[in-house]
Design a binder for this molecule. Structure first.
Ligand SMILES: NCc1[nH]cc(CCC(=O)O)c1CC(=O)O
Length: 333
């Protein structure tokens, strides 16, 4: 795009910045509750709301409390919530069988949210890390994260989530061919309208640290995730992953983390034109909150500015722990 540009003073670009009214009128991008998917942490118990120390303002909630919070969030204009279970070490096994238990924490929370607020879209996480004794997203055999055996387990996990009432399945594991395998199983099981939001371009990132505390995975994790999550030095590879996942039946795609990867968001949106999301992950949230709590930046302004960046980069929506705070600030959809 080449803007027509008359020489000064015919053109004074400050004219359209000269009052709040004109600034609002010419604003290109906006972010509101309607753009948000809210990630929440669930724990066992009743009436539990437990702060996550490395994520100020974020709680682990028991199923009853998560259902309550989901209804409140929907009333604030947030259309979707994404569930992450906290599993204590004793709940983790070599076969990760809890992942497809119809009564596991995630599936109980899905049913409770759907009962309390049927309109709220429930997104669930497909990966073995909350349930594996290694903290890895896949099975480990002789030190290798084995792909195909893991995919078979992920399919069982995804089907159990769909049966519990999940609207959006979010495979975050980065195994090859899991989207195709899950899509086939959903079709075969009659779950034709269950959507898949693929964590298509998920990087092996230092910014997941606080999340691993929140779900109890920090102590469990052995090694790193570099043989399946992406190398932060790559971007063409992200486009190949998105193309592959779309060809296997993903309805929507995600780039993760968010702020360090806005170039990837833009390339994905430009190249594919599909519903594109970014995950502003735990470490990004923690950085902003830590600086704000030290009085070094303004929390509200930094929050809005960081979320607006995703819209400008071409994202249709954002997964962010700031969702309720943004919704309260902007007054809903
Ligand atoms: N399947 C794991 C998973 N799903 C979402 C996150 C991170 C989210 C965040 O940091 O907010 C992770 C962490 C990881 O890959 O180790």
């Amino acid at each position: 795009m080449q803007p027509i540009h008359a020489p000064f003073p015919a053109t004074r670009l400050r004219r359209t910045r000269s009052s709040s009214a004109i600034r609002d009128l010419v604003q290109e991008h906006r972010v509101s509750a309607a753009d948000m998917i809210w990630p929440v942490f669930i724990c066992e118990g009743h009436g539990v709301e437990q702060p996550v120390p490395s994520m100020p303002g974020v709680l682990r909630r028991s199923v009853d409390k998560v259902a309550e919070a989901a209804s409140e969030a929907y009333d604030l204009g947030i259309p979707a919530i994404c569930l992450f279970p906290y599993t204590p070490d004793e709940g983790r096994t070599a076969d990760a069988a809890e992942a497809w238990n119809p009564d596991n924490l995630s599936n109980r929370a899905t049913r409770a949210i759907k009962a309390a607020c049927p309109e709220m879209l429930v997104m669930t996480d497909v990966a073995l890390d909350p349930y594996s004794d290694t903290g890895q997203d896949g099975y480990v055999v002789d030190g290798e994260i084995v792909n195909d055996e893991t995919v078979a387990a992920l399919v069982k996990q995804a089907v159990s989530q769909a049966e519990a009432g999940a609207d959006i399945i979010g495979p975050s594991d980065m195994m090859d061919h899991r989207i195709g395998a899950i899509r086939d199983a959903l079709e075969a099981g009659g779950h034709r309208n269950v959507m898949i939001l693929s964590y298509a371009a998920k990087y092996a990132s230092a910014f997941y640290g606080p999340f691993r505390d929140a779900v109890g995975a920090s102590g469990a994790l052995k090694g790193d995730k570099k043989t399946y999550q992406m190398n932060p030095g790559n971007s063409d590879e992200a486009l190949r992953l998105v193309a592959r996942d779309l060809s296997e039946g993903a309805d929507m795609v995600m780039v993760k983390p968010g702020m360090p990867y806005l170039d990837i968001c833009r390339r994905v949106k430009d190249q594919f034109g599909v519903p594109t999301f970014a995950y502003q992950v735990s470490g990004e949230y923690a950085m902003i909150m830590a600086a704000a709590q030290n009085g070094w930046i303004d929390e509200e302004r930094a929050m809005v500015e960081s979320l607006l960046a995703f819209k400008r980069a071409g994202c249709d929506g954002v997964l962010s722990y700031f969702a309720p705070a943004l919704a309260r600030l902007t007054g809903g959809a």
